[in-house]
Design a protein around this ligand. Sequence first.
Ligand code: 9MR
Length: 337
Amino acid sequence: MEYLYQIYKEFFPIGVAVGLEHLEKYWDLLKHFNSITPENELKFCEVHPEESTYHFEKSDKLVQYAKENNKLVRGHTLVWHTQNPDWLFEGKMVSRDMLLKRMEDHISVTVDRYKDSIYCWDVVNEIFPDGEGKLRDTRWKEIIGEDYVEKAFCYAHETNPKAKLFLNEYNCEEDIKLDLIIDYICQLKKKKIPIDGVGVQGHYSIVYPDLEKVRKMFYRLAKLDLQIQITELDISMFAFEDHSCDKKAPSREMIDAQARYYSKLFSIFREYKDVITGVTFWGAADDFTWLDDFPVIGRKNWPLLFDEKLQPKKAFYAIADFRESQIRKMEELYKEE
Ligand code: 9MR
């Protein structure tokens, strides 16, 4: 049997976010992926809980696993407005210079530790709120100023000039946000800030966004002349506004709709293979997903390629069998002629 990443080898690496605690359970499933993202192990509060203490035990183990199993590792994430330790912004007297120094220390120690093993980093994560057309108000921005983003890229690049550096964002297909991302990146490039790529998170649902909107987004992002990666893909069974909690299992209609959505989405990814350098799922199987607690706490969701028993779903075959379905389509065309 071919693994998913082998089927996609002429397109892009296929990745998965995984936590250290799930490595054993997913051991066989992980063979389908040739890239991993530590789901939480590299976040600021995990790695650097106190000013003079770093904890790399968990991320080291994941990176070691990746090395032994020939997988790439994406680093997630260096600068974010959440999951930060209290000490970072603590005290009324934290000045711009102090916070810049803290950021620089964090980035240089973390990026340097993995300079031979982590090939790309989400340097900044979710810096734009929805619908506002401006940089998010965060403690980073308040204390340092808007150039905190530029500084983060420069520190990462100085530490490891080989690493590919990404700006990672959600809801990128939304018009206001897409305009902003594009303008913002053009400015970074004008200022010669070392940015290599845009991370499109890809937290979608079976009804949203419209796939033409996604195609249009890639069309516009591709013109930036940067890499694009889909960094956190999952397809919720529920529309965002749907807070119903009555389902114990996904209906047949949901399973089919999800397979169709994944299939069409991947055909767009394949169209843009020249600029897409990775597609990563935010989880391996439906037994464990952050969407079980978002936007409704404790509501089960089934957004991934493998089911709760770790078996491949229709969605899996929908993206794995694209060559067969292309052949079928060709055959139908010939029949019609
Ligand atoms: O999946 C992650 C979950 O386990 C964590 O509790 C949460 C907070 O750190 O982060 C989740 O991952 C997020 C990612 O880091 C950034 N984009 C949104 C993801 C889902 O919330």
